[in-house]
Design a protein around this ligand. Structure first.
Ligand code: PLP
Length: 303
């Protein structure tokens, strides 16, 4: 059979937001992602993709992969965001683009140049929400685009005391943005929120520079240490700019087996099926004795 001659049409149920996209926009986004042989994309109640593929099964697998990457997780091979693809997927109906940098659960960042090119392509009326929960861990990296240094009117920056400050249970975070946008938040914000104790804890945390320094130093050392140990064990891990490392562990079955085995030894890792990455897990940087306990359990589980 001439493989290039057979065309398969596949129906894929779409998420509500994607229904608004234009077929050509989706087609060019797919091409940007490196998918070859996409003849036509039609958007209706379903997305109809016409492909040059050898068999229906092959076409189905290809479209599933497209959906996984384009619609569910717009990340590319190295697990970074494909900002070009995201920009080209903007339509007249796009209202908000939510980006996490560093990203959870990959730990990757997009860089200054990528961000600067991206914002130029986003219309001013489209809101970009930048979740910078892990900002402190990478703010010294000159390639990191600290969104606050740009002061863009359509960008809202979100940060938290839950990560580098170790205060997740206090429930304190903050948003930075143009007066106009913060005005909308104030209209719906509950009174006395965050509570007074949390606010005082936050002020004390900001004043405690030594704690933050210790927290960040520990993190830098542990990222390096865990990366070296993973290399030694032959595990594929993704370079991280946050306080955790993602490991590509090849298959959902292997991740589940490891997860259960570690749980029996009192160690909790995070399997990432819920993030659309069933073949990966994430492990948080701990204190030295915690990392050692994790590695000991990991080595036993891998035997
Ligand atoms: C990307 C990201 N944003 C926000 C949060 C939550 O922050 P908070 O504890 O302030 O709700 C987390 C924590 O898991 C996160 O990973």
């Amino acid at each position: 059979m001439d493989r290039t001659m057979l065309t398969a049409r596949i129906y894929v149920t779409l998420k509500p937001g994607v229904l608004d996209a234009q077929g050509d926009t989706v087609k060019s986004a797919l091409e940007t992602l490196g998918f070859k042989g996409v003849e036509e994309v039609r958007i209706g109640k379903f997305m109809l993709v016409t492909l040059n593929s050898a068999t229906r099964e092959e076409a189905k697998a290809q479209v599933e992969e497209m959906c996984r990457r384009l619609l569910a997780n717009p990340v590319i091979e190295d697990y970074t965001f494909d900002l070009e693809a995201l920009a080209s997927a903007i339509t007249a109906k796009t209202k908000i683009i939510y980006l996490c940098n560093p990203n959870n659960p990959t730990g990757t960042i997009f860089k200054r140049g990528q961000f600067e090119r991206f914002v130029k392509q986003v219309p001013e009326h489209v809101l970009i929400i930048l979740d910078e929960a892990y900002y402190e861990f990478t703010r010294e990296n000159p390639e990191y685009p600290d969104s606050m240094t740009y002061r863009l009117d359509n960008v809202v920056t979100l940060r938290t005391f839950s990560k580098a400050y170790g205060m997740a249970g206090v429930r304190l975070g903050y948003g930075l943005g143009h007066d106009y946008l913060i005005g909308f938040v104030n209209r719906i914000k509950l009174p006395f929120e965050p509570n007074i104790l949390a606010q005082h804890a936050g002020l004390a945390a900001l004043a405690d520079e030594d704690f933050l320094k210790r927290s960040l130093n520990n993190n830098t050392q542990v990222l390096k240490f865990l990366a070296e140990e993973f290399d030694r064990l032959g595990l594929k891990h993704i370079p991280s700019s946050a306080n955790f490392i993602m490991v590509d562990f090849e298959s959902r079955e292997k991740v589940e087996r490891l997860h259960n085995s570690l749980l029996r030894r009192g160690i909790a890792i995070r399997p990432l099926a819920a993030f659309g990455l069933p073949h990966c897990f994430r492990v948080t940087c701990g204190l030295p004795e915690e990392n050692e306990a994790f590695l000991k359990a990991l080595r036993m589980a891998l035997k």
